[in-house]
Ligand binder design. Structure first.
Ligand code: KE4
Length: 432
């Protein structure tokens, strides 16, 4: 592995200035490379499967702006559609037919969604869905799972994943104890722990929210029977089951994890892909529950830019590209080849590693055995991951800058990128 050859002087200059202007020099913590160390890379432009930094270095990008770039960055059809839509104005603050179009596409695709509300981020979608769970059931307590991340709203910052896990923030300061007192947590893949919470809080639990495939503690899949068990437990106790598909929605299949695993929740949150790279989130589900949302019902939630024509257009075009025959077969093929190659290289070079992929989402841990939950993930070799991340960067491969994130491929990733990535991993892991 060639170390230190990456010219990053412009990144260093811009990031140094950024740190005087914005906390940590970033608009979102995980971008600061805190958990992997070293100089964060300042991007200049992205296209397809690639990113270029301000020093002119090229990278194969496996972050894809954390999921939205599933058709490849700056897809010409998406860019052209945004340009045309922008000519008619970027936001109306009034009903727009494009909201109907994207709403119909989401309702047609996602089994649980009979009615949908657009917002501007996954965080907003999860905040709103939590309020809706409580409004519909009249109950206050909610179960979440250790390592799952549902955005940065106060009530979710309890043993959360993603940037919270990365920065080791047990419970962020500024979050009132009273707010998180109603948030109960259980280990992922542990049905008995959930059963016990229901038994200890009879008639008090509004529902349960989870990532049906975890991407924010690293990549962790539900064990057989786990999702079905949660569906049964929530029905048994009159509680709602909510799938946070902000990351998995339209990524692990066109109908998300609920289609992939055949388990239909009561409510679903979405984001990322449905905005095609512009700010869009959404929550939706059973009509009888969504009927509570203002102005149809009493549960208040609002947003200046919600459903704006520009973001709707980017989402519509992205889903149109995704629903073309062969999209998910492509994502399955290239991503499973990638993770198989990385695991083979780890084995050949004597590093214990586990990992997997589902369609365009994958993850790798430097761990002896499979990772079933957040505790397992935290026991993986984080130092080795950091060295691997830096080495891959030197080789022109941009992986998520934290072990507690998932990786993403796109329709623009081909065998060429996968082969080059496996070659790079061989060079790096041989010197770890
Ligand atoms: P946003 O508010 O970042 O749009 O969505 C929050 C969210 C909710 N639910 C899930 C399952 C999510 O993965 C996310 C956001 N994901 C992170 C990546 N792990 C966003 C990246 C970041 O925070 O910068």
């Amino acid at each position: 592995m060639i170390t230190g050859t990456l010219r990053t002087s412009k990144s260093e200059e811009i990031f140094a200035a950024a740190q005087q202007l914005m906390p940590g020099g970033v608009s979102s913590p995980v971008r600061a490379f805190k958990s992997v160390g070293g100089q964060p890379i300042v991007f200049d432009r992205v296209k397809g499967a690639y990113a270029w930094d301000v020093d002119g270095n090229q990278y194969i990008d496996y972050v894809g702006t954390w999921g939205p770039a599933i058709c490849g960055h700056a897809h010409p059809d998406v860019i052209r559609a945004i340009q045309e839509a922008a000519e008619k104005g970027t936001s109306f603050g009034a009903p727009c037919a494009l909201e109907n179009v994207l709403a119909e596409m989401v309702i047609d695709a996602v089994p649980s969604v009979e009615m949908v509300r657009f917002v501007n981020s996954g965080t907003e979608a999860c905040m709103a869905v939590l309020r809706l769970m409580r409004a519909f059931t009249g109950r206050e307590k909610v179960i979440k799972f250790e390592g799952c991340y549902h955005g940065h709203a106060d009530m979710f910052l309890v043993k959360a994943g993603s940037g919270v896990a990365t920065l080791g923030l047990p419970d962020s300061p500024g979050v009132p104890k009273s707010t998180t007192a109603s948030t109960l947590t259980a280990p992922y893949n542990d049905l008995d722990a959930v059963r016990q919470l229901f038994e200890e809080n009879p008639g008090e639990i509004a529902g349960l929210i989870l990532e049906p495939v975890v991407g924010n503690a690293g990549f962790i899949v539900p064990e057989a029977g786990f999702l079905a068990g949660l569906r049964e437990l929530t029905q048994e106790h009159g509680a709602l089951l909510v799938f946070d598909e902000v990351m998995t929605g339209f990524r692990i299949s066109y109908g998300g994890a609920q289609e992939k695993f055949g388990i239909t929740p009561d409510l679903t949150t979405l984001g990322k892909v449905i905005g095609g790279g512009l700010p869009v989130g959404a929550y939706g589900g059973r009509k009888d529950i969504m009927a509570m949302v203002a102005p149809a019902g009493p549960m208040y939630q609002a947003g200046t830019l919600s459903g704006n024509p520009l973001a709707m257009t980017a989402g519509i075009k992205t889903l149109e590209l995704l629903r073309r025959p062969g999209s998910y077969e492509h994502l399955d093929r290239v991503t499973s080849r990638l993770i198989a190659g990385l695991l083979d290289v780890a084995k050949e070079t004597g590093h214990a590693a586990s990992g997997g992929s589902i369609s365009g989402m994958f993850g790798l841990f430097f761990a002896e055995g499979p990772v079933h939950n957040y505790e397992d993930a935290k026991k993986s070799d984080l130092v080795k991951f950091s060295k691997f991340h830096r080495g891959m960067l030197e080789q022109g491969v941009y992986l998520a800058p934290s072990q507690f994130e998932a990786g993403f491929t796109s329709l623009a990733h081909t065998d060429e990128e996968v082969d080059r990535t496996i070659e790079a991993a061989k060079a790096v892991m041989s010197n770890l």
